[in-house]
Design a protein around this ligand. Structure first.
Ligand code: ADP
Ligand code: MG
Length: 676
């Protein structure tokens, strides 16, 4: 049984208590037949008036029962002779099922039933609503009910302490822990079942509240553990950073300068920095990271820059090599696609400290990668890395009993809800200003049947000296299929736009080929770049001012926003055409509408959260922390202020409660998280 329960995440008695029903049945009272309404489940009791087997399309047993308020038909398609005999006129039966509208009157199809004594209307009724739990193979409802019965019986002794301050609970009009658990598992007959099932009942909210407090405590605890480590001391505005600034060819925006200052302050203290830099697509996060990196190198430490995809890592490599080579700083490269020999050489150069700055993908996390003295880890596009990877990286420098500073860059704005939950262990800086001259991108949505017009428009734009992206999207994960679709598009466009110079970029090209195509597009040797979504992140060609996105209805909001961010980077007015296949679903229509209405990444992220839910926005299960057992961010976010206030209080004056809550809600199931 223990093995089977583990599949439900139940390893401890407490877990039984926090495994909540998802629906209930009311078997606490007998409903008069005359007051039944269709579509509701009910318990009824009546006297058999007539039972007959009819042969219409299917052999059917029809039993008419009645009480003194009305009558009802029970309908059986599968039945035995014994059953037919059981329903002798005059016998009393008690039945439970959903009430449906039959041909002539209300009926129940295959109800649960049993024969009862006529005078026993009050006996055998349930004391509370009957719960239904998420079940699994070999663990059915009766087992789960028996287990919760046992666990509830033990409640009230000191087995389950209520750690939350009672005034916090009272002021939110929520019951105490034990009461809440009793209500949720065995609701009294008069309980508001709808509120319980939707999770808005005060008892349910009490549990969600505690869970949110526990998660916040977990993150704060993690944060303070990290703080206890030593971190490299880095002073700002060294020679290298100054030299780099001088050859940029532009001035930093005020927002970039402010964020850089915040980073410099963090790195000048002996505590490890843990900072998230959020800035909309094109706001110039990379250069901020590079300037911070220059100071870390100046202080004698190494820097790692990690990106979620090969192509984005390559872009960073090009930028960083451009910037650091003239300064005599060696930039290394480490991804999963290196040959064994190259990989060995790269790892060796990192280990002995010849490489001062290393750019790469997840490959940087691997065990055999050891730094001579890592001082700063930069992670680009945070939303694709999970909390666990964040932790793994944090541990990289720990051998030398100093922990590297961490800088995380994301284009995805962090809605308040997430800032207060999944990101509660981070400090946040925002680059809330785009470099001068950026113009909003005009966006239209056009039915794919009008493709011809769109291609004409592309031809005209190119005639005017503009450059164009044509993005092919496929829902399939297969790079191969994506590449094929892009090749087909190139063929079509070549025949329709014979004067255009068309390039092709997809994930199956070799790194050198990709680079050559990007370079050709950058230097205006190509007019039109047909690409798969590999260009989603990072690609930067300011002269491109028109983008066509195919099958836009299949993409999520943040992906559309990222893609569209590739245009609108130069002086020309830019536009984006979202091609879609009819008919559109309601959410697809919503998404395209939002893209037409706004360029504001923050607004888009908020809508995205509303349409998809937190887990998915963060890259689903990866994050661990966005997944709650009971709480739901969309539903319970009004609790968050009280949650953080309560968590702060417990942290300052009740460490036993902090330990208790963390181990109750996080401890067992997330060992590595707890261990850090
Ligand atoms: P993102 O924040 O999306 O990663 P990037 O760092 O790639 O943006 O910057 C986008 C482009 O803007 C790059 O070409 C970069 O060189 C340029 N850029 C960054 N900061 C400025 C600035 N202050 N003024 C002008 N251009 C800038
Ligand atoms: Mg970027």
């Amino acid at each position: 049984m223990a093995d089977k329960l583990r599949a439900l995440g139940i390893t401890h008695v407490d877990d039984v208590l926090f495994h909540l029903p998802f629906r209930y049945q009311d078997r606490t009272r007998v409903t008069p037949i005359g007051s039944l309404s269709q579509g509701r489940e009910a318990l009824v009791q009546g006297e058999v008036r007539l039972a007959e087997v009819v042969n219409r399309r299917r052999r059917t047993l029809l039993v008419r029962i009645a009480d003194n308020t009305g009558s009802l038909v029970l309908r059986f398609f599968h039945f035995s002779q014994t059953q037919v005999r059981q329903f002798e006129p005059g016998v009393q039966v008690r039945c439970f099922a959903e009430v449906r509208r039959g041909p002539g009157q209300l009926e129940m199809v295959h109800p649960e039933y049993r024969v009862v004594k006529a005078d026993a209307l009050d006996s055998g009724l349930a004391d509370s609503l009957t719960p239904f739990y998420p079940a699994t193979e070999g663990v059915q409802q009766p087992t789960l009910r028996r287990l919760t019965d046992q666990a509830l019986e033990q409640l009230g002794s000191d087995s389950l302490r209520d750690w939350l301050p009672s005034d916090a609970i009272d002021s939110a009009a929520m019951p105490d822990l034990v009461t809440a658990l009793r209500i949720v598992h065995r609701p009294p007959p008069e309980a508001d079942v709808n509120a319980l099932m939707q999770g808005t009942h005060p008892a349910h909210r009490r549990l969600a509240f505690e869970e949110l407090v526990a998660h916040r405590l977990g993150l704060r605890r993690l944060r303070s553990l990290t703080r206890h480590h030593q971190a490299p001391h880095v002073t700002s505005h060294g020679d290298r950073a100054r030299a780099l600034r001088a050859c940029l060819g532009f001035h930093l925006t005020d927002a970039q300068n402010r964020v850089l200052h915040e980073i410099a302050q963090d790195m000048s203290t002996p505590e490890p920095m843990l900072r998230l830099v959020q800035g909309d697509v094109g706001s110039g996060k990379t250069v901020v990271a590079a300037l911070a990196a220059a100071d870390v190198v100046e202080a004698g430490y190494q820097v790692a820059l990690m990106a979620p995809t090969e192509i984005l890592a390559e872009q960073h490599l090009l930028n960083f090599a451009d910037w650091f080579d003239p300064l005599g700083i060696d930039v290394g490269w480490l991804t999963g696609k290196l040959t064994a020999a190259k990989r060995r050489a790269a790892i060796e150069a990192i280990a002995i400290g010849r490489t001062r700055v290393v750019v790469g993908t997840h490959a940087l996390f691997q065990r055999d990668v050891e730094f001579e003295n890592l001082g700063l880890a930069i992670i680009d596009e945070q939303h694709r890395f999970g909390v666990h990877q964040r932790l793994a990286l944090r541990q990289k420098g720990e051998a030398s009993d100093s922990v590297p500073h961490q800088l995380i860059m994301t284009a995805t704005p962090i809605p308040r809800t997430l800032a207060m939950t999944a990101y509660a262990d981070l400090d946040v800086s925002v680059i809330d200003e785009l470099p001068p001259g950026r113009k909003p991108v005009t966006t239209v949505a056009i039915d794919a049947s009008r493709r011809g017009e769109v291609i004409e428009r592309v031809g005209k734009a190119i005639g005017d000296g503009r450059q164009v992206y044509w993005v092919c999207t496929l829902i399939e994960e297969s790079e191969h299929l994506q590449a094929e679709a892009a090749e087909d598009t190139v063929t079509t466009l070549e025949s329709l736009l014979p004067d255009c110079r068309i390039g092709l970029l997809h994930g199956r090209l070799k790194p050198l080929e990709k680079e050559a195509v990007m370079q050709a597009f950058k230097s205006c040797e190509l007019d039109l770049l047909v690409a798969t979504t590999v260009i989603e992140v990072g690609v930067d060609v300011p002269n491109a001012s028109l983008m066509i996105i195919e099958n836009a209805e299949r993409l999520g909001l943040s992906q559309l926003h990222q893609l569209r961010g590739r245009v609108g980077r130069g002086d020309a007015a830019s536009s984006c055409i979202l091609l879609y296949q009819s008919p559109l679903s309601v959410t697809a229509k919503d998404r395209l509408g939002i893209m037409r209405e706004t360029n504001d990444g923050f607004l888009i992220a908020q809508k995205d959260l509303e349409l998809r839910g937190a887990g998915e926005v963060l890259g689903t299960k990866q994050t661990g922390l966005a997944e709650f057992r009971i709480a739901e961010l969309g539903r319970d976010d009004d609790l968050l202020d009280a949650v953080s206030a309560t968590a702060d209080r417990l942290l300052s004056d009740h460490s036993a409660a902090v330990d208790g809550l963390i181990s109750r809600w996080i401890g067992e199931s997330r060992k590595d998280y707890g261990a850090v």
